[in-house]
Design a binder for this molecule. Sequence first.
Ligand code: NIG
Ligand code: FE
Length: 383
Amino acid sequence: MSTLITNLGSLVTNDPSLGTLTDAAVVIDGDRIAWVGAAAAAPQADARFDAEGRAMIPGFVDSHAHLVFAGDRTAEFNARMSGQSYTAGGIRTTVAATRAATDAELEANLTRFIGEALRQGTTTIECKSGYGLTTEDEARALRIAAAHTPETTYLGAHVVAPEFKEDPAGYVELVTGEMLDACAPHARWVDVFCEQGAFDGDQARAILTAGAKRGLIPRVHANQLHHGPGVQLAVELGAASADHCTHLTDADVDALANGETVATLLPGAEFSTRAKYPDARRLLDAGVTVALSTDCNPGSSFTSSMAFCIAVAVREMGMTPDEAVYAATAGGARALRRTDVGLVAPGARADLLLLDAPSAVHLAYRPGVPLTAAVWQDGVRKV
Ligand code: NIG
Ligand code: FE
C-alpha cells in the first residue's frame, strides 16, 4: 500500500542533496519513504493525501527522556518558582513513588507520555531508567520501556540510592555488577549523571566502561549544574552524546568539535529550573553537532514538547529556526546513531510531521500554538 502526500508548501528533508523543497511531494510505501521530489513530477500511488500547502518535516527525534516514573513534583516546581534552587535532590522523591508503583501503573504512565509526545510530532523517543535504583526496579523500568521503544538507556547511576548514602563506592559496585547484569538485556545505552552530588569523573568512567563491556553504548548527563569532567569524558570514551552541556570551557567545546560526540541541549531543564541556558551558538560556530531534546521528567523538565524546546532554543540559545528544527530531528538521530530517522529521503522510515503552518519556521515563530496537522509513524497515520 503506497500513499502520495502532495501539495506540500515546504518540505524539510535534512538530506544534503535534497535540502528544503517547495511545492513538494512524498510517496510512502509500507513503513518507508519511497520517493521525494517536486509535486509536479510525483509518481502514482494507491492513495493520495492533499497537504493543502502546509509544511512537512521529519518526525521529531527526542533523544533524551526519563519516562518510567510515578508521581509528580508540583510542590518542588512551585517552591522553585518562589526562589528555591534546583539541586536534583528531588530525584529521590520520584524514586520512592516509582518503587511503590505497580508495573501496570508505570506502563500506563509511560504510554501516556509517549502518546502525548506522538500527538506533538515525536516519532522516535529515548527512555531512561534511573528512578528505581535497585537491581529489580531498574530492570523492570527497562523491561517496561523496551516494550515501547528500542532506544532504552540504563541510568542506574542517576544518583546514589538512598540505601547506599554512606557507601557510594558500594553503589557503584552494584551499578557495574549485579544491576548491570540484570539491565543490559533490556538496554541499548548506558548513561551516568556526572555531577557534584551524583557521580564524579572516576565513578562515571567506571560505570560507562563497565556498560560498554556489556555492549551498551555510552551517553552522559554532563556539565548540567556545574562545570565538571563529564563532557571531556564523554568525548574520550566515544559516547554518542553529552547531554545538557550548560557549563562549558573552551577546552570542552574544542573536545566536542574534534570528537564524534553530539552535544544534546535540553532547554526545558533550564526553563523549569530557572537556570542559565546552554550556548548553542558557541557550539554550532565551533562545528559541534547539536541535538535538541525534551529531557521529559517530573523534576527538572516536565515537557514532552519538542516544539517548545525549539522555540526556547531559538529565543534564548542563539539558534536560527532552521538550525533548531534540524537539531530536533537530524540532530536527535545523530545522538541516537540512527540513519533511518530524522530525514525525509528514499529508504528512510516514513516518520513524518505535517504542520498546520506554511513553513517550519512557525515552530519558533508561533510559540505555544499546537501546530500538529498530521503524524505518520512507520508509514501509518497516527494523528
Ligand atoms: O536530566 N540531571 C539529572 N536528571 C534529570 C533530572 C531528574 C529529576 O530531577 O528527577 C535531568 O535533568
Ligand atoms: Fe536527563
